[in-house]
Design a protein around this ligand. Structure first.
Ligand SMILES: Cc1cc2nc3c(=O)[nH]c(=O)nc-3n(C[C@H](O)[C@H](O)[C@H](O)COP(=O)(O)OP(=O)(O)OC[C@H]3O[C@@H](n4cnc5c(N)ncnc54)[C@H](O)[C@@H]3O)c2cc1C
Length: 380
């Protein structure tokens, strides 16, 4: 059966997230962005309201939502600030490998931490020389008796400087490519684990992004998620589930661009009439509406498939790729509609534009999504 009607519970979830966004996020978003201020207090409030750790199962103190309901929250939060959305989603991203491959003890310990109090997890896959090419990572693990020893460097890790633990991808031999990779869960206070430089970013500046360094960091055997050699698969399954979240963030950005553009176009006058009367402006607004509806349909389908247990990696990639390009185009048009004012910090659309760019880059660039889609259609 097909349906587009949300349940009462879903509507209540959206109402809570929308109110939180309107009352708490929108008033401070520009300041947090300007000063790269981490939204710790907002995160605590989101945690208390059940808006953080969306997909962490309720038995471990998480909210226990499915992917679709989680996406409904993320769209609302991104409407207010995509950087804060990334901070919230970053926790779920860090936790997903534990949810997918952790044993009962690992789940109880690490997911339980996220449920018990507002704290952070991070997902450490990318490196200075390996972003798109995940199988090319060089962070090494060696087995020493009952321990593993990690050496290497991770880059671009969301929430790293606030996280209590990380999920970390490492290889026992880089030449083995994906076959040599394992996934670990690592306490942030492990000796030999250090947080490196923090990036000074174009957008999503309320979200913090740092290097993590591993220098002879010794972790117990119980830190291994799944089996050795399974890490690459766990990482890919994580991305398949997280890509609808990015598309949800894109839907939030497009809807905000549309609302801001509509209000401005009705108010701003040129040649004696509101710019909303000029067809060129109308068409940019119409395109935004088309992109919003299409992004939303795609992300809901991708998330719904995840919830049915019939996840389709191609649909997740389509949602992420389309949503990211649609957000970039819509926020570019929003600046155009605002004219010179759109190019200044006096109005929120320049932030939407800066934030949208990251949607085309993280969790698999727009090119990599197309590689995934083309491979599934054409085969390798
Ligand atoms: C703000 C931010 C937050 C992030 N958060 C995290 C995080 O929490 N955890 C994490 O692990 N990573 C994170 N990342 C890393 C992110 O996923 C990578 O930056 C991304 O995957 C791209 O990798 P790269 O930067 O190494 O670019 P590269 O892989 O070097 O790509 C450079 C360019 O080449 C293109 N390209 C590469 N290979 C191909 C190909 N086969 N076909 C066509 N085009 C190709 C790319 O599309 C891109 O345009 C984050 C990044 C940023 C910027």
């Amino acid at each position: 059966m097909y349906g587009f009607q949300s349940t009462e519970e879903q509507q209540a979830l959206v109402d809570t997230a929308r109110r939180f966004t309107r009352e708490k996020i929108i008033p401070v978003a520009a300041r947090l962005d300007e000063h790269e201020e981490f939204p710790l207090e907002l995160f605590k409030e989101a945690h208390a309201l059940g808006l953080a750790n969306g997909e962490v199962p309720a038995e471990y103190g998480g909210v226990g939502l499915g992917c679709l309901d989680h996406c409904l929250i993320l769209e609302e939060i991104a409407y207010g600030c995509a950087g804060i959305k990334t901070t919230l989603a970053g926790n779920n991203l860090g936790a997903m490998p534990v949810m997918l491959a952790g044993n009962d003890e690992q789940k109880a310990k690490y997911l339980g931490m996220l449920g018990a109090e507002p704290c952070f997890a991070a997902y450490a896959c990318s490196e200075p020389d390996a972003g798109s090419d995940v199988a090319g990572i060089s962070t090494r693990y060696e087995r020493h008796g009952d321990e593993f020893v990690l050496n290497g460097q991770k880059r671009w890790i969301t929430n790293a400087n606030h996280a209590r633990w990380f999920t970390v991808l490492a290889t026992r031999d880089r030449s083995l490519r994906h076959k040599g990779i394992a996934m670990f869960v690592v306490d942030a206070d492990t000796p030999g684990v250090k947080i490196g430089r923090r990036e000074n970013k174009l957008g999503m500046r309320a979200s913090h992004t740092c290097d993590i360094l591993f220098e002879d960091a010794r972790i117990p055997r119980s830190a291994l998620l799944g089996a050795e050699g399974e890490g690459f698969k766990i990482a890919m399954r994580t991305f398949d589930r997280s890509r609808p979240w990015i598309a949800a963030g894109c839907a939030g950005l497009i809807r905000r661009a549309l609302d801001e553009s509509r209000a401005y176009a009705l108010e701003r006058k040129t040649f004696g009439e509101p710019i909303a009367r000029h067809q060129a402006v109308q068409f940019m607004i119409a395109e935004m509406a088309i992109r919003y509806e299409a992004t939303r349909l795609l992300l809901l389908k991708a998330a719904w498939l995840v919830d049915q247990g019939t996840l389709d990696a191609t649909v997740s990639a389509c949602a992420k790729a389309f949503g990211a390009d649609a957000a970039m185009a819509s926020t570019t048009d929003a600046i155009q509609i605002f004219g010179g004012y759109g190019y200044t910090k006096e109005y929120p659309v320049e932030k939407l534009f800066r934030d949208a760019k990251l949607m085309q880059i993280y969790e698999g660039t727009s090119q990599i999504q197309r590689v995934v889609i083309a491979r599934s259609i054409l085969g390798r």
